[in-house]
Design a protein around this ligand. Structure first.
Ligand code: GLV
Length: 299
């Protein structure tokens, strides 16, 4: 039986992933989408943003292992085989990378470094007051693997951290207390369009918003209005409704927006291949699979 790799990787990504996976899976046969054997010969699929329909016609499939932490796009594929266990990527190295990105954003917001970057572009020398981490409240929305890693890292740095998940009850109090709101929510029907005019209005005036989760959680026009009318001071965005962010999108040039090209926590082939291999060994030896997605919950 072979393992099918279905991904939207470019040549450099394939060059990193293929040897890492092959080395982590000695004795297994890996094949890529283009040169896959007939469907009967495949019992595992390793996927990263596969094209819609990539997992059709695989009657022996016993595991779909995602290289991405968020599986929202995969779950939207109507041809995704039902009844086959689906595992998402959970990798401590990825959690650590996410915590670094959140820490950078929170520090830059706390100390006004995005304001100073804006001032530099205008040739302005002006000093502002200096706020302490302990005077800065950060709300982390989404308390899965990454949200917990982020909350712990920020607390360690001295920020006043509160956490919220969809099971915690109303979000308005958490939003209203925060100087910085960070989303690490999974994208589900409930969180689609979650950050809209109403939610931005619930935030403290002059708060900042950091989205490290999924772009579709944000009503982008409402975010732009909240920035333009001063309700929000700054937004750090790693994810967008449309990726790559279209060249004409107002976020690119907006003075109160920092754009990252979906790099807050990239899957690291070196460690992720080990995570994948552990799950495949579990499948082969009849042991319980790890990090399974609850399809009705959506993550
Ligand atoms: C990245 O966004 C991921 O889901 O792994």
């Amino acid at each position: 039986m072979s393992i099918l790799l279905a991904a939207d990787f470019d040549a450099a990504e394939w060059a990193a992933w293929l040897p890492a996976l092959q080395q982590a899976l000695p004795g297994e046969t890996l094949c890529r989408g283009a040169d896959r054997p007939d469907g009967d010969g495949v019992d595992i699929a390793i996927v990263a943003n596969p094209p819609v329909g990539a997992l059709q016609g695989l009657p022996q499939l016993k595991l779909v292992q995602s290289l991405w932490a968020g599986v929202d796009k995969l779950l939207r594929d109507p041809t995704l085989p039902t009844g086959v266990p689906l595992a998402r990527m959970v990798d401590p190295a990825m959690n650590a990378a996410m915590a670094e990105t959140a820490l950078w954003a929170a520090l830059a917001l706390q100390r006004g470094f995005f304001d100073y970057a804006r001032q530099q572009r205008a040739g302005v020398w002006r000093q502002h007051g200096q706020r302490r981490a302990g005077e800065t409240q950060v709300a982390v929305l989404g308390l899965g693997q990454m949200g917990q890693a982020v909350a712990a890292r920020l607390a360690q740095q001295g920020f006043v951290v509160s956490g919220w998940s969809s099971r915690s009850g109303p979000v308005d109090a958490v939003l209203g207390d925060a100087d910085i709101v960070i989303s690490l929510l999974p994208l589900t029907p409930t969180t689609t369009g979650f950050f809209d005019r109403e939610r931005f209005a619930q935030m403290r005036r002059g708060a900042s918003f950091v989205n490290l989760a999924r772009g579709a959680q944000v009503v982008e026009a409402d975010l732009l209005s909240a920035l333009d009318d001063g309700q929000l001071a700054h937004a750090v965005l790693d994810v967008f409704a449309t990726e790559p962010l279209p060249a004409e999108h107002p976020f690119w040039q907006h003075p109160k927006v920092t754009v990252l090209p979906h790099v807050a926590a990239q899957t690291d082939p070196r460690s992720a291949a080990q995570v994948v291999a552990a799950n495949i060994r579990a499948l082969r030896s009849g042991k319980p699979l790890q990090h399974l997605v609850d399809r009705t919950r959506g993550y």
